[in-house]
Design a protein. Structure first.
Length: 396
């Protein structure tokens, strides 16, 4: 995320062609921001999802339909697009460092250290489902593989995904269960919801209490994220997003394979109980990368049309300051749902929660356009860059 959560390369005077390429990447990153918000906001709106059970206060067919659609189309897919962009943007940073004669190892390690600290603060104060710490740790693996061949990166990525899927399928066949006793899970969900409705102290205690379970989930999420890093690394080495028109046939093939296989797996994942069921989770692990890839290919191809270029230009500022927006999403959700602000946790049905997510995203797009028209970096991107470079970069 450090590379996907700030400008894609250190280019002081990019050409028009380079600017167009970066708009495509930043626009895709902005789309991923929306998808990740749609998934994450449910964990702010209620304490029950953390315990893998539905909130009994919202039990209508409409509530179940909205939750199922989010699981079907977005769960386990949104963060994979971010992860792909992490690996892709890493190759841009490698090229930039080589041109400028900069030691990428020391700079990237400092960047990852800064990102890790931000992630810890984010997990404790705002959202225990933080992904920044995971990206910071996995970034060290990507750094170690910076000279790997494309074929090697692809083989490792496939092995990671297939290996996790196989282990989960084996566990499911052995009768292992993820969810605890339903009555116990409902009681825990009620306690978590009440904690979210409390003040800042109650919120922090709840976040810290949930961290072991959340980091346990990274046993699945982490290898998948690293796999997506490596796919992004391979795509960056092949300049896949730098020449969408030249790679049109490849993008079409990704769509033709990704949509039918990915959606079929998503159906099994959703019907099977989502992340609460090992069989459904195994299907999701094996097919979610294909659906996420199909989404990304579709967005990139759309950005090559006249209307798509206009949309990309609107979205790109949000993608350029996506670290600020990612953390800002959590802050706004805390203010809306927890006792720190309006205290709506447990009271808002899923459809309204989804509308709130769209509203937050719309505000962020507008604010990002205004901010980036005046400044070179988003506020958190600027702080992270200052730590990385050990100097205060020019903001305006």
């Amino acid at each position: 995320m450090p590379s996907t959560l700030e400008p894609s390369a250190d280019l002081t005077k990019p050409s028009r062609q380079t600017e167009a390429r970066l708009v495509n990447v930043d626009g895709l990153r902005a789309v991923a921001l929306l998808l990740i918000l749609i998934v994450n906001i449910a964990y702010f709106a209620s304490g029950y999802p953390f315990h893998l059970v539905a909130d009994p206060a919202h039990d209508s067919w409409l509530d179940h339909t909205v939750v199922s659609l989010v699981e079907l189309f977005f769960a386990m897919k949104a963060y994979l697009i971010f992860s792909f962009l992490f690996g892709y943007s890493f190759t841009l940073q490698l090229d930039s460092a080589a041109r400028r004669g900069v030691d990428i190892v020391r700079r990237f390690r400092r960047r990852l250290a800064g990102l890790f600290v931000l992630g810890v603060l984010h997990a404790v104060l705002l959202f225990q489902g933080d992904i920044l710490t995971t990206y910071a740790l996995l970034g060290l693996v990507l750094l170690a593989m910076r000279n790997a061949r494309v074929s090697t990166a692809l083989r490792v990525a496939v092995l990671l995904t297939g290996g996790i899927g196989f282990v989960l399928a084996l566990a499911a066949a052995g009768g292992a269960q993820l969810a605890s006793d339903p009555a116990e899970a409902l009681a825990a969900g009620q306690r978590s919801t009440e904690a979210l409705q409390g003040g800042l102290g109650s919120l922090i205690v709840e976040h810290v209490r949930q961290l072991p379970a959340m980091y346990g989930a990274l046993l699945v999420q982490g290898p998948l994220a690293l796999s997506a890093f490596l796919f992004g690394y391979a795509a960056g080495r092949r300049r896949l997003l730098a020449d969408p028109d030249g790679n049109r046939d490849l993008l079409r093939r990704v769509q033709k394979v990704g949509y039918p296989v990915g959606l079929a797996g998503a159906v099994v994942f959703t019907v099977g109980g989502g992340t609460a069921n090992l069989t459904g989770l195994a299907a999701g692990v094996l097919t979610a990368p294909l659906l996420a890839a199909a989404y990304a290919a579709t967005v990139i191809r759309f950005f090559q049309t006249d209307r798509g270029r206009r949309v990309a230009a609107v979205l790109a500022p949000a993608g350029r300051m996506s670290l600020s927006n990612y953390l800002g999403q959590s802050l706004l959700c805390v203010l809306v749902f927890t006792g720190v602000g309006m205290g709506l946790a447990g009271t808002v049905p899923p459809l309204v929660v989804l509308l709130i997510a769209l509203t937050i995203y719309g505000v962020q797009v507008v604010v990002s356009m205004a901010w980036m028209s005046r400044f070179r970096y988003g506020p958190m991107e600027w702080l992270l860059r200052a730590w990385t470079e050990q100097r205060w970069p020019r903001l305006r």
